[in-house]
Design a protein around this ligand. Sequence first.
Ligand SMILES: Cc1cc2nc3c(=O)[nH]c(=O)nc-3n(C[C@H](O)[C@H](O)[C@H](O)COP(=O)(O)OP(=O)(O)OC[C@H]3O[C@@H](n4cnc5c(N)ncnc54)[C@H](O)[C@@H]3O)c2cc1C
Length: 313
Amino acid sequence: MKDIDAELRKILGEDLRQNVVLRDYVSMKVGGVADFFYSATDINNLTLAVSAAVKLKIPYFILGGGYNIIPSDLGFPGLVIKNDCSNIVFSPDFSGVIADSGVNLGRLINQATSHDLGGLEFLFGVPSSVGGAVYGNAGALGQSIGDFVKSVTLLIPKDDTVVIVRHSPAWMSFAYRSSILKTDYRKDKHKPVILTVTLQLVQRRKDEILRMTQENMAVKKKNQPLGEISAGSFFKNLGALPENSAGYLIDHSGAKKLRVGGAAFSKKHANFLINRKNATASDVHDLAEKAKELVKEKYDCDLEEEIEYIGRW
Ligand SMILES: Cc1cc2nc3c(=O)[nH]c(=O)nc-3n(C[C@H](O)[C@H](O)[C@H](O)COP(=O)(O)OP(=O)(O)OC[C@H]3O[C@@H](n4cnc5c(N)ncnc54)[C@H](O)[C@@H]3O)c2cc1C
């Protein structure tokens, strides 16, 4: 570990931190320490950090906003790279935008609005970085970000180095709350990293965009427990019908009443597993497993996590 520490520090300098508590960086407020932690504030630094981890053969994890992950109480054995890359360029050639993957989604929507560019109103209020949203094909109200992606620039680890490639949305294989990065590369030690995303937006007047975002936000506030500590919807819905929603299955199987330590399901929306009071990551995991068992017993179907467990499980 000492050698790795020295080698990483040689490449990343004094900004490299050690033993950083992940709980402070995720919306669920659980999780232990990352061995190493580095905040990348531009694409060069992001590339440098990923390249360093690949070269030194240590695992890395790209942390966006931390709104959809559960880091283990035992922490992450490697380098967590906090993606703080924040550049946004509006293109005069097409009604679109090129955004760094670390850009906050709300900030992007607000800036697009001031350019009279809409399309992403349905995502207003979804807490996310652009990279995290594309990775998991974030969506709401029947639409998803993948529908607006024109291209994605990625870092792909290859042997002990990285290459930069640009891919079309077809390559990304967007599906419900998923992309090829979440399905095919999820378990890789060195996963591809989204650097920038080009989005096709639509010309729309500011006042119209604002009206739409406000309407969507009102629906979100009505349906989701936004004041509670969570990682958003915990499980994927099993279909479009209300009785196939994860919330319905958790509620009607009786799982909604379960508790483990400080973890429980929200009274407002059963698919929001919440940190009610000082829950640990294990509490969250154990409660989710119990809920899956009850749903299986009652409905003979398998709930699948939308969130991801990160680190030493
Ligand atoms: C209150 C609340 C409400 C929510 N409502 C919704 C909703 O309505 N709709 C919805 O879809 N989601 C919702 N979510 C979930 C969450 O907002 C999304 O999943 C979001 O897109 C996560 O983005 P993030 O930047 O926080 O990613 P993180 O949680 O930081 O990371 C998630 C995954 O993406 C990967 N990743 C992140 N950036 C990159 C990158 N640059 N390159 C490669 N991989 C990357 C990470 O490594 C990780 O595997 C909600 C969450 C909360 C807490």
